[in-house]
Design a binder for this molecule. Structure first.
Ligand code: T46
Length: 140
């Protein structure tokens, strides 16, 4: 499946009660040029969002607070990745159906994306997504 997990660099003071600091740098740590950053907050445990695929966007998903399951589907199989640490990053290439499930109220999902927002670049119907996958595969 077309995704990879990356380690987001993270630092802590010797005094762990002072918290941590995580960071990534465009071009150096992320395999695409970042054009947009957005985040999802104040969602309750059990929230189920997503249900779409992107045709152009590359994305880096990360969860600086809490725990969120990311269900990925490439039209053939489904896999689950749990983002439950500020140092876990999930890089998604275009063409993956995703659903996100909140394991903990208040968990924050952040996304760095390669494209500006364009609703026409989304596929929000699962049957159309399967058709898109088949067309892509027949082009190869
Ligand atoms: C994704 C997952 C992980 C905008 O107006 N501009 C934006 O840049 C974005 C991302 C969204 N919106 C609007 C479109 C909808 O009216 O915000 C509303 C909620 O978006 P959506 O229903 O797509 O939210 P999610 O949580 O299903 O999906 C979002 C991203 O849209 C998507 O890119 O991969 O998070």
């Amino acid at each position: 499946m077309k995704y990879s997990l990356i380690d987001i660099k993270s630092t802590h003071y010797d005094d762990k009660t002072a918290g941590g600091l995580s960071f990534f740098e465009g071009e150096r740590d992320v395999p695409f040029k970042i054009r947009r950053i957005y985040w999802i907050y104040e969602a309750e445990k059990g929230t189920h969002r997503g249900f779409h695929a992107h045709t152009l966007n590359w994305q880096l998903l990360f969860c600086p607070y809490g725990s969120i399951d990311i269900i990925l589907d490439d039209g053939h199989e489904r896999e689950k990745v749990t983002l439950d640490s500020p140092s876990k990053g999930l890089v998604l290439s275009p063409g993956l159906w995703r659903e996100m499930i909140w394991n903990k109220t208040g968990s924050v999902l952040c996304v760095a994306a390669s494209e500006y927002y364009d609703p026409d670049e989304y596929i929000r119907d699962y049957d159309k997504f399967i058709e898109y996958v088949k067309n892509k595969e027949s082009e190869q």
